[in-house]
Write a protein that binds this ligand. Sequence first.
Ligand SMILES: CC/C=C\C/C=C\C/C=C\C/C=C\CC/C=C/C(=O)SCCNC(=O)CCNC(=O)[C@H](O)C(C)(C)COP(=O)(O)OP(=O)(O)OC[C@H]1O[C@@H](n2cnc3c(N)ncnc32)[C@H](O)[C@@H]1OP(=O)(O)O
Ligand code: FAD
Length: 669
Amino acid sequence: MAAVDGGEVDHLAGERATAHFDVDAMKVAWAGSRHAVEVNDRMARLVASDPVFRKDTRTMLSRKELFKDTLKKAAHAWKRIVELRLTEEEANLLRLYVDQPGYVDLHWGMFVPAIKGQGTEEQQKKWVPMAYKFQIIGCYAQTELGHGSNVQGLETTATFDPNTDEFVVHSPTLTSSKWWPGGLGKASTHAVVYARLITQGKDYGIHGFIVQLRSLDDHSPLPGITLGDIGGKFGSGAYNSMDNGVLRFDHVRIPRDQMLMRLSQVTREGKYVHSDVPKQLLYGTMVYVRQTIVADASKALSRAVCIAVRYSAIRKQFGSQAGGPETQVLNYKTQQSRLFPLLASAYAYRFVGEWLKWLYTDVMQKLEAKDYSTLPEAHACTAGLKSVTTSATADAIEECRKLCGGHGYLNSSGLPELFAVYVPACTYEGDNVVLLLQVARFLMKTVSQLASGKQPVGTTAYMGNIQYLMQCKSAVNTAGDWLNPAAIKEVFEARALRMAVNCAQNISKAPSQEEGFSELSPDLLESAVAHVQLIIVTKFFEKLQQDIIGHGVKEQLQNLCNIYALFLLHKHLGDFLSTGCITPKQGALANEQLGRLYAQVRPNAVALVDAFDYTDHYLSSVLGRYDGDVYPALYAEAWKDPLNETVIPDGYQEHLRPLLKQQLKFSRL
Ligand SMILES: CC/C=C\C/C=C\C/C=C\C/C=C\CC/C=C/C(=O)SCCNC(=O)CCNC(=O)[C@H](O)C(C)(C)COP(=O)(O)OP(=O)(O)OC[C@H]1O[C@@H](n2cnc3c(N)ncnc32)[C@H](O)[C@@H]1OP(=O)(O)O
Ligand SMILES: Cc1cc2nc3c(=O)[nH]c(=O)nc-3n(C[C@H](O)[C@H](O)[C@H](O)COP(=O)(O)OP(=O)(O)OC[C@H]3O[C@@H](n4cnc5c(N)ncnc54)[C@H](O)[C@@H]3O)c2cc1C
């Protein structure tokens, strides 16, 4: 059943009738299983039907009201989770559909995973049950005023005092103030704090510590701790529901056993002991969250695309001949060429997110068995995919706003808030440029190892085919040839490899590896993007090899996959041409094929966004309503604005009336 929260007439029924595929089966392909469709649907409706979770006036609330509303929603969500005895899967979905960033995201998303990943079994036994029962609320306090990207540059210290068996946590400078952690400002009672571990006079670098921040009796900050919110952020509503915070320590003492000791330990005597594991495992929580951010990208993008597609089918402009109907803006080829690649990207990110989740689980199992060989690839894949999908999604949400014309600029379209809430994903959990440079570093290492005969594996396996890929020429002759997955894969592999090899060759000409890397960094970014795009295209093709059930579903996904790949080829034509992977003629044929694919998507567009199965509550957009009844909703929404509470505005007497009644003493006329 479609996701309508109300409404009698389906203005999009005609659009829905033209679909060439089974929408319910597509919902299963999108969600991953019939069970996933059912549980998503149930949790989304539970939230949509509960008045506490209303959010239609959220952008009009003051910061204080918004924060209090967030606390209320979080507490109510928890109450429902307990009352209904929801499973962890159901609870996570319920929170997702509540759709208001808040301290709970960091509590469940980073604090608990950090303890699980970096705490000993004993520490997990002590802290995780308290966190699971919300007897404590936690956040992830890593970033400081002076350093975010450069984790090794953090300044907070945790100095071991063997006399008392404690660490003394201290903020030695203003720039060492913790700055940004979500949930820290007002809600958290505890934090996982990252600080330089100093023992026996030696600095052992960054380690994690559990620190209590606030009293569990009255919530006041504990002695030696200064806490607050860092202030308002971009946009109305949006991420302002989150209390991103500042934290300073003045020689705060914590017991030794609150150092997270799974990877390394400090003994009672103060001896530092590092287990036989890569020290990068300290960054494990970030790898975990980056992986979830890729899945979130498809969620945010599909949401924006759903709004833009539905509204484009309703909105009409021009084309009226002698009183005849005007043209739906979705019929304009320009609208299609801007919108359908975003629709295809939403599906592409959904499937690559699914794959990344699998990769992450696989790597975790290997780590448990002390096999660390796949760690570098896991880091490169999570960093690269986080970077590429979030940057493209942020741009796409803004493009969807423009695709909705003037009405897209209204808060009631849902798009400004979605953009404002989403765009920091390009920065948090690792600035996207910094992360792409990590991918580039991994690629340069892989290329340098090719010479020694080491066979690359996993997502870099294609590089092993270097002899062929460095000189192959695409055999595409007609536009239709671009529908062959092998033809697409070959040019994406050749482009990625040639760009990486070019960078490696140019770096080798520099006085040092470091200087070369720095000088070439803009090219290295593009090389990393080419590699990541190849991963996304490949994973989409692999998805198509799986058993996909339902009338017409596979055909639609094939079209979307081809659109995604050929759109990238068109957008990055310069890369493909300059590396000699294709000729200008082949580039033009790809574009010709793209146009044909858009025509095939057109009758299916509304049904393809219906398959996301979003409720009107979750979409939170008068333009994206399931029933397409846009104009009455837009009109009604305007009257909810506080400015319309009175006919004569506040300020009229002081500032408008005197102006209008002034006696002109001079005139230019
Ligand atoms: C209306 C809308 C409603 C709802 C929305 C709801 C909610 C919103 C949802 C979610 C919000 C979620 C999250 C927001 C919270 C954000 C939290 C944060 O931001 S936490 C802070 C994150 N900080 C970072 O990411 C910092 C980035 N920096 C780094 O990771 C490192 O400093 C960096 C990797 C850049 C460099 O590290 P460094 O130690 O200096 O290493 P170096 O470059 O020298 O590399 C050494 C060696 O290590 C390898 N390596 C690096 N990192 C990793 C890793 N993670 N895993 C494995 N290996 C790693 C690196 O490749 C290198 O290897 P080689 O020596 O080359 O082999
Ligand atoms: C909404 C939001 C929520 C957050 N939540 C948390 C949280 O819960 N916990 C937490 O600990 N942190 C959190 N953060 C902090 C976040 O992780 C950092 O802001 C992020 O890692 C970027 O670091 P930075 O701010 O130091 O940026 P900077 O590194 O100062 O970036 C500034 C510019 O410098 C460039 N740059 C930096 N280094 C390099 C380089 N080596 N090469 C080339 N260019 C470079 C960047 O690309 C960027 O353009 C949050 C941030 C935001 C915005």
